[in-house]
Design a protein around this ligand. Structure first.
Ligand code: ADP
Ligand code: MG
Length: 738
């Protein structure tokens, strides 16, 4: 926030220098910062802390009742000592205060009268074998009250407990907040929530919310306050997203309406199967988007194998028919090469431009990767720049300055939902218009996350799989059960003998390695191993073992990981696809998109070290052909641990959206929102995406309504300011431009 109102004034003036200095390390500098430093929880005033749970050396904040407090002169050292005994009702704890003279101690004695309840903080120590606190900080419940009646009320109020520091106990924060609140009137605290929204949703006003959250009289007070503040967080974010969405919708793009009798029509007529109903619906949405003179911004979600690539290809053909080009971005070079192969296969003679076999209106699919030879690369670059290639496939390098397009009309981003806002903004053509954008992901994104993180995109979902898919069976194999693991390799052998292939996935490349990173530099989401667990299995080591494994005698074992030269990766993938290699030991480079229909077995070693969505993705690599798939998750995790439940959740269902919901429950918020790469989500203090789906949905509805009426938010200056405060500079600039 900017401005010079009382909210921005340095705290020193209101709370004093000592407190202001103690608050600074917590990042609290202005009154605004302090008011938005919400309590972490509320202590019940009558509830004593169980003194059994104290540990020596621990810094504690505990509630206890005073039993006695007496000052006495110390003969030996000539000072004075106040010894107080406090209790939780069953156990006692001694508090000691020393002073040169008894006078100072009288004040403590007076405050710590028997029967009073107080919160004490200090470090637990021992004296003659008994636990004690020396010079604890404390706050007597109801101490600030003017009279007996007021003290009773005070003593029954919920006690806010803040994230505090040893230098600054929670009640000093509490007192500072109250001091600040006392100095502010409604005019100093303009509400970012529009009056109408507040009334319709029955939410308390800002000043009431801040008092309720910091200085509640009842539980209902802080609950109503939290609800309103949570809504505010969701709402401000949703308004920012709605504004962005509206702004992008107004940017210019070249309209690419369908051309009857073009490549797309020819392609559709030649398809050996029927589109699924989902493919038809989503295809229609996309066709309409592309026909508009504004950039499409669409997220397409669909399980592995749901036919997203086909949907993308049809969109690309519509653009090619309309005279434009399409770029398909894959997360890795392996996937880019595979995409180019399968697009060419799907297109057949439609992709033969320049060859005698070509169909009349044929185009070209160019593959542009760093590993291609200089000659091939030059040719692909020329095809892209000259417009001969209607479709150019590559990694994100395609968006770099070295690659020129004659007329880039559509960018398709595959398996890369991390494609962030900044990257989206960077898509600009030389003439200032934007290409259309289709982002595809097979990682199911729970609705609330989609709304929060991708709220500025339109979303489509392919729910149904094409018919004739083979079922996948999943089993958990205990790592220490020799009989099971022996049987597992036996099963792999049987599949190979039946003409099938197997993946064996490990968490790392070599022993002593950190977990593998994929080509896009995304680290494997390895879960931290529990105490005393052995290091996870490594590709090179496992490949060696399998080479010599009696069950796999005569079977060709290949390895694939991110550290191989690109040409070697391509070679081993091609060998695996062709059946020259039957068992592929790999890291998660096979996680996304790799498509070998003959692969029927997926063995994941140390499965508990992978994230849920990764395991789901890995499993999706099998069961893509006519034969049923088998997924074996090897885990040494003990029954009942989180690690084990993750693995069992995967074995329990093949529904990606269900798993995504489980995942969201098991994970910390930051991890979930980490995918956003946006400053906006770090502004969430009370809102929890896993829990507050309803609030988010309501806020989104209201936000859209507000933006529809007042795009520039001219009637809502406070809301405008709140948005600016949650967005990082880059995004703020975007909003200013809009
Ligand atoms: P995704 O990219 O969503 O993982 P793909 O587009 O790779 O899925 O499709 C998986 C396989 O299913 C491909 O071999 C594709 O040709 C085939 N396929 C796609 N749509 C259909 C359909 N409607 N009917 C039958 N097979 C289909
Ligand atoms: Mg795909």
């Amino acid at each position: 926030m900017t401005g010079t109102g009382p909210l921005e004034a340095p705290l020193e003036r209101t709370v004093g220098r000592r407190t202001a200095q103690a608050l600074a390390p917590l990042g609290i500098v202005t009154a605004h910062d302090l008011l938005r430093h919400y309590p972490r929880r509320y202590a019940e005033p009558g509830r004593m802390t169980d003194l059994r749970d104290l540990t020596v050396g621990e810094h504690v904040a505990l509630m206890a009742r005073v039993r006695q407090a007496t000052v006495r002169q110390m003969r030996s050292r000539g000072g004075a000592l106040l010894e107080a005994v406090v209790t939780d009702g069953e156990r006692d704890l001694t508090l000691t205060f020393f002073a040169r003279r008894p006078g100072v101690l009288r004040t403590h004695e007076d405050r710590l009268r028997p029967g009073r309840v107080a919160m004490f903080t200090g470090t637990v120590g021992t004296y003659r074998g008994r636990l004690q606190l020396t010079h604890p900080d404390y706050q007597v419940v109801g101490q600030d009250a003017d009279d007996e009646a007021a003290a009773l009320v005070e003593a029954s109020r919920p006690i806010p407990v803040y994230r505090a520091s040893a230098a600054l106990p929670t009640w000093r924060i509490s007192r500072a907040v109250r001091t600040v609140l006392d100095t502010l009137g409604p005019d100093d605290l303009p509400d970012p929530l529009p009056e109408q929204v507040r009334r319709d949703r029955g939410l308390v006003g800002l000043i009431e919310a801040l008092s309720g959250v910091h200085a509640p009289y009842t539980d209902a007070d802080w609950q109503a306050a939290q609800h309103r503040l949570r809504f505010e967080e969701a709402f401000v974010l949703q308004v920012a997203l709605a504004r962005r969405r509206a702004a992008v919708a107004e940017l210019d793009a070249v309209a690419r309406p369908p051309v009857p009798g073009g490549l797309l029509d020819t392609f559709d007529a030649s398809l050996p199967f029927r589109l699924t109903p989902g493919q038809v619906d989503v295809g229609r949405e996309i066709a309409q988007d592309l026909a508009r003179p504004h950039p499409m911004q669409r997220l397409l979600q669909g399980e592995v194998g749901s036919g997203k690539t086909l949907v993308a290809l049809r969109a690309m053909l519509q653009v090619v028919d309309a005279g434009g080009q399409a770029a398909l971005l894959a997360p890795t070079e392996v996937l880019a090469a595979q995409h180019a192969r399968s697009l060419r296969r799907l297109l057949g003679t439609l992709a033969d431009d320049g060859f005698l076999t070509a169909a009349e209106a044929a185009t070209r699919v160019a593959l542009l990767t760093g590993s291609a030879g200089a000659g091939a690369r030059r040719e692909a670059l020329a095809d892209a720049a000259g417009g001969r290639a209607g479709i150019v496939v590559g990694t994100h390098a395609l968006l770099g300055p070295q690659v020129q397009f004659a007329d880039l009309g559509l960018v398709v981003v595959d398996e890369q939902h991390r494609f962030g806002v900044e990257q989206r903004d960077s898509l600009r053509r030389p003439d200032g218009t934007r290409p259309h954008l289709l982002v595809m992901t097979a990682t199911p994104i729970p609705r609330t996350v989609a709304m929060t993180v991708f709220g500025d995109l339109e979303t489509s979902v392919l729910r149904d799989l094409p018919p004739g898919r083979s079922p996948i069976t999943t089993h958990v194999v205990p790592a220490d059960n020799q009989a099971w693991t022996a049987r597992m390799w036996q099963r792999v052998r049987e599949e190979v003998d039946a003409g099938h292939r197997a993946y064996v996935v490990c968490p790392r490349i070599a022993p002593d390695d950190t977990p593998e990173e994929d080509d896009a530099g995304t680290p494997v989401e390895e879960e931290p191993p529990g105490p005393g667990t052995r290091p996870s299995r490594a590709v090179v080591e496992v490949a060696d073992e399998l080479q010599d494994h009696p069950a796999l005698a005569g079977v060709e074992v290949g390895v694939l990981h991110g550290r191989l030269a690109p040409a070697d990766k391509d070679r081993v993938m091609a060998q695996f696809a062709a059946g020259e290699v039957q068992v592929l030991v790999a890291t998660t480079v096979v996680e996304v998109g790799v498509d070998v229909p003959e692969a029927t077995v997926m063995v994941v070693l140390d499965a508990d070290r992978f994230g849920l969505s990764q395991l789901h993705q890995l499993r999706g690599r099998v069961g893509r052909g006519a034969a049923p798939g088998l997924c074996l998750l090897v885990s040494g995790a003990v029954d009942g641990t989180d690690a084990r439940s993750r693995v069992e959740a995967i074995a329990g269902t093949t529904d990606g959206f269900e798993l995504a919901a489980v995942d969201l429950d098991l994970r910390r918020e930051g991890d979930v929102l980490g995918v956003a790469q946006s400053g906006a989500t770090s502004s969430l203090r009370l809102l929890r995406v896993a829990r507050d789906g309803k609030v988010i949905a309501e806020a989104r509805r209201d936000a859209r309504a507000v933006i529809e009426q007042d795009r520039e938010l001219t009637g809502h200056p406070e809301l405008r300011r709140a948005i600016a405060a949650v967005l990082d500079p880059g995004r703020e600039e975007f909003l200013e431009r809009a």
